[in-house]
Design a protein around this ligand. Sequence first.
Ligand code: NAD
Length: 310
Amino acid sequence: MRVIVTGGAGFLGRLLIQGLQEEGVEDIVAIDVVAAEIPGCRVVQSDLAHDRTLDELLKESPCTIFHLASVVSAGAEADWEHAVDQNIGGMLRLLESCRQSNHLHKVVFASTLAVFGGGTAGGEVGDFVKQTPSGTYGTTKAIGELLINDATRKGHIDGRSARLPTVIVRPGAPNAAASGFASGMFREPLAGIPSVVPVSEETVMVVGSAQNTATGIRMLAEIEGSLLGHDRAVGIPGLSATVSEMLEVLEAVGGPEARALVSLEYDAATDQLVQSWPAQLDDRRGRELGLPADPNLESMVRAYVEMINR
Ligand SMILES: NC(=O)c1ccc[n+]([C@@H]2O[C@H](COP(=O)([O-])OP(=O)(O)OC[C@H]3O[C@@H](n4cnc5c(N)ncnc54)[C@H](O)[C@@H]3O)[C@@H](O)[C@H]2O)c1
């Protein structure tokens, strides 16, 4: 079966493609607006929100589409028009291509815990808690989840939404996510470079490793649709950690010299977004569906170190 990964040249897209290849999937097409080379994978450079690239790719047979292409949190907050155009427009175009093809395609949408906010900010959420996002990013993702549910109900697709925690540790350059510091505070000091944390040490975030999250997204595609019911959005297991606990883990992995490279410099705009997200995730539904969970925070950071040293 053909697998299509939108946003395939991004951080999670590349990891997902690697995992699919390790599982033996051969026909993988990555679509990304940026030019990229991905070993063993056909890459199509295209803007999913405006081009009709998917029409052709979906014509031949039923496919699995992992829809990861997105404008992310701080980027969406800075440019509302672009976020709506890309995140909602891109989703509508994708669903339209599926509907117009003669096959029932499986679609796994990368959503986020930022679909929560408002009254649940800083609190605990689970799969069936009402979504009251406090930012444009979360709003576009919540709309995407609803569109996935409706298209599934109509029989246009077999859809699922993976609500991702903040994924650490992102290698390479940061993207426009407000949560980027949660990766930078490990990545940079472990490479001997200073890093700035723009929120207080007491800030709690729900985090997951890149490896566990990519596996969870892949496994969500395999779950029988009837087990998911009408609401296709599932929280990918993650665990809560304060910034101070993250700093302790940094010290455990990289020593006091790595810890000393992190400084706290408050930034109100970043803090406001991060504080609007949930601090606890009731991930029982995801676990009961068989999605994996990271054992602890330190294992997430050690998995990153292992990955970059491979
Ligand atoms: N990384 C996290 O912590 C996290 C947390 C929650 C949700 N998510 C979601 O997971 C997905 C992947 O995240 P990531 O960290 O890999 O992001 P990323 O920024 O590394 O990758 C996203 C990719 O999408 C591409 N893209 C954007 N708009 C496009 C378009 N119109 N057409 C084609 N390609 C386009 C970008 O060029 C980029 O390569 C996103 O949907 C994001 O919202 C990520």
